[in-house]
Design a protein around this ligand. Structure first.
Ligand code: COA
Length: 167
């Protein structure tokens, strides 16, 4: 498998906030934004790996600013790092007011996707070659986040095992 650069699988997605996407205050629902984040990240993972990919985990997502009815939402997704069968995808979200052109960064999310075969078995993915300084920084940071995720996963597993023993 030939290594790929982040640019080769980068995704730019544009959505407009419609009434059905909002709460009573006219703000975009967090769940709708998470759905768009998941879609943008899934597309980047599938472009990088050339495989069907599933979401394995989503790190904590913060919403820095509200996004309002009629705003445009721009999502930029790219692969930060590829491991054996998994990839960390970073998604940056911006809101844009189409009437005055103001733009604000509203969220950043990190998701882990795994490439799978038709039986759901994980498959190897091509390695990622970061090129720009930003890509290299994200590549380095992704390793730290992966270690944290795997540690959390192990702790949860141990807690579940203890619960089972008590039953
Ligand atoms: C994700 C999934 C394929 C992993 O399968 P698994 O049998 O646990 O596989 P493994 O333990 O061998 O892990 C495979 C890879 O996934 C990674 N992974 C598994 N769970 C993870 C988690 N919670 N967070 C981050 N990475 C995870 C592993 O680190 C490993 O990565 P690597 O090969 O790059 O080192 C499996 O758990 C699954 O199908 N989950 C449901 C996915 C889904 O349906 N998502 C949609 C939301 S409902």
């Amino acid at each position: 498998m030939n290594p790929k650069t982040p640019k080769e699988s980068a995704v730019e997605m544009t959505e407009m906030v419609l009434p059905n996407d909002t709460n009573y205050l006219g703000n975009l629902l967090g769940g709708r934004l998470m759905h768009w984040i998941d879609i943008a990240a899934a597309l980047a993972a599938m472009k990088h790996s050339g495989r069907v990919c599933v979401t394995a985990s989503v790190d904590e997502i913060n919403f820095f600013e509200p996004i309002k009815l009629s705003h445009v939402v721009k999502l930029y997704a790219s692969v930060n790092r590829a491991f054996k069968t998994s990839m960390e995808i970073g998604v940056k979200v911006f809101r844009e007011d189409p009437l005055n052109g103001t733009i604000a960064h509203t969220s950043t999310a990190y998701l882990t996707f795994v490439a799978i075969d038709q039986y759901g078995k994980p498959l190897p993915v091509p390695q990622l070659i970061p090129v720009t300084d930003d890509e290299k920084r994200r590549y380095d940071e992704a390793l730290f986040r992966r270690d944290q995720r795997l540690k959390n996963r192990e702790l949860k597993k141990q807690a579940e095992e203890k619960k089972e023993e008590k039953k």
